[in-house]
Ligand binder design. Sequence first.
Ligand code: GAR
Length: 203
Amino acid sequence: MKRLAIFASGNGSNAQAMIEASRQEKWEEQVVLVVCDQPSAYVIERARSLHVPVLAISPILFSTKQEYETCILQTLHSLQVDALILAGYMRLIGPTILHSYEGKIVNVHPSLLPYYPGLQAIERAFEAGEEELGISIHLVDEGMDTGPILQQVSVPRTEGMTLVEMQKAIQAVEHEWYPKTVRSWLDDQKNRGGTKHEKASVN
Ligand code: GAR
């Protein structure tokens, strides 16, 4: 897998961390597109300043989710994108994209799944008085923040910690661990490809 697209809806700090890590560490894989469903999101500005092409496309312009995703898919296919990285994309991936990228979509979520899937995960865990919060990085299936877990990292709540401090701590962990986990997932994919190739040449 050589060509990656990042999907995001908002601030885009994880998108930026991923693009920067891929460049600093000279990944063979390249982020060739940022897809954003909110035309005024800050992630668009971040992507442009990093010189990554953006597809900013609002679903309200389409009458069905299938039409919306078909339109995105055309761009993904024309750019020969191999895998998708969701980084704060606040929308369920529907069957149209899922079938085309089965097993090739990764997501980061700010909770220790299966606890607190969905929106406002940090706020809900914090208000419930959890002493250990954290992040999960997982493959995407049709559910909301479900799918096989690739990595979880816990973030302890220290005495007197405020919600804002906890949000910052969790984001810092995401910025470190999301690129690292995607990197090792990409390596696993490569190794699997290698194994298959070796078997094919032996037979
Ligand atoms: C991140 O904390 C990410 O884990 C979360 O949205 C935030 C996006 O921040 N994703 C979800 O909640 C997905 N269910 P960013 O735009 O600064 O990267």
